[in-house]
Design a protein around this ligand. Sequence first.
Ligand SMILES: [Zn+2]
Ligand SMILES: [Zn+2]
Length: 299
Amino acid sequence: MFYQIYLFDGFNVFLHLATNQNHWKSKPSSPMNNYICKTCGTQFKESSYSPDSCPICRDERQYVGLNGQSWITLKRLKQEGYNNLWKQEAPGLIGIGISPSFAIGQRALLIQTQKGNVLWDCIPFMDEETIEKVKSLGGLNAIAISHPHFYSSMVEWAHVFDCPIYLHEADRQWVMRPNEKIVFWSGNELKLNSNVVLLRLGGHFEGSAVLHWKEGANGKGSLLTGDTIYVVADRQWASFMYSYPNLIPLSTEKIKTLIRRLGDYEFENLYAAWFDAVIQKDARGRVLKSAERYIKAIR
Ligand SMILES: [Zn+2]
Ligand SMILES: [Zn+2]
């Protein structure tokens, strides 16, 4: 047995107790992992050590958790007993979340259209049961995501289901795991198929988008919004913020732009970012009234 002494910066002395001289040579190298930020659920590109910090959490729209930045892997989430939660929201619309709640409690929505399945928004975790269920429903034709707080483990999902991920190019800087499955779209509208259109409304993020599903609500239309449009506690009104956790509002101009970009799309109901954040009736009317109320309040 011997002691090794290390000097750092000429000040700090560190004593290392080793049992044999080959200690350092025999130390296994750290495995490569795609670390997931425990606060926001974003998965990062492969690395042997956890990232120093998460730019999405450090952005003024988000926050660093009480215990600082901490990290986990998909494998570890499985070992800790996380599961996916399924909820049939409406015919052809299934919510998929995580139990127990993880990160910001993201929930994705699987839309079954006549032209194939689309996953709207994404979540950090998936289990084998979910993979089998989604496959039994016909797999995924596309993944489309409202904004960076839902990028989560999108690349894992895209690889399992061999489909593209549609992200607005204005939010390109927030992609922490670049991948060839990602398709950046531009402009304010993108038609995924004859029933599904992505609308870039902006506001919360430059590229913040919503999804209009023509066949939703028995043909009256559904709008899926992430938190580009946020359903408030009474589920009769909506709101719009630059930062939800830090309570930073949007300007009148941004709200007007957001409403203008909704165009003439009709929708009876609206599904926001979390389970139960749903406006069931006259959702378009409620969103327009909510925008008026908001602008009046910040004047
Ligand atoms: Zn984060
Ligand atoms: Zn958000």
